[in-house]
Design a binder for this molecule. Sequence first.
Ligand code: RB5
Length: 151
Amino acid sequence: MNNVFDFSKPIAIGADHAGYEYKTMIVEMLEAKGFLIKDVGTHSKNSVDYPDFAHPVSEAVENGAAACGILICGTANGVAITANKHQNVRAAICWTDDIALLVRQHNNANIICIPARFVSPPTAEEMVNIFLATNFEGGRHQERVAKMACM
Ligand code: RB5
């Protein structure tokens, strides 16, 4: 059994304009729970490009500056595709509580990607809570995760 994330480090979070309001809500929720947060933006509803926020979150996870990451855009696909260009990033699109659980248990996902235009605010918050609280199961899943990287 593997431990959950190292929360002595901040959780990195980023979003584009489509995810800005959900990011604000999630940051408030997590700060109220005492988590450290590294918010890379965006900081308004003005139109922006999602890679400008997905890369800094992914770099923080990749280099160990962040415990894990949260990325939000309209469909979650733009941020997920960008994040998964980074070695040792496993960015998972989640749209139900069960998927948020399974991407930790089976895939050892270290960034949760939330499609703000397709999930409700309570679902987004609950998925984050589940993601942060769930351990990777290891075992046969570790063997599969070890095969993900391109050499
Ligand atoms: C922005 O309109 C939208 O394209 C973006 O949030 C995301 O869904 C892209 O994958």
